[in-house]
Design a protein around this ligand. Sequence first.
Ligand code: ZN
Length: 60
Amino acid sequence: MTQRTTPSPRICSNCDGFGSAAITTGGRDRHGHLRTVTADCPACKGTGTRTARVREGARA
Ligand SMILES: [Zn+2]
């Protein structure tokens, strides 16, 4: 059982694993709740992880 079918996930270097962030827009709704928008990291699409790129034949 040495076959690996799923690539090991790596932390996204763009967002350090925080794929999506809630950003306050500065306003509050009538209930007094802070209004936030969710922004996803464009590099990992909000997952916080990226699949490692395997460079084959690059070992010196
Ligand atoms: Zn990311």
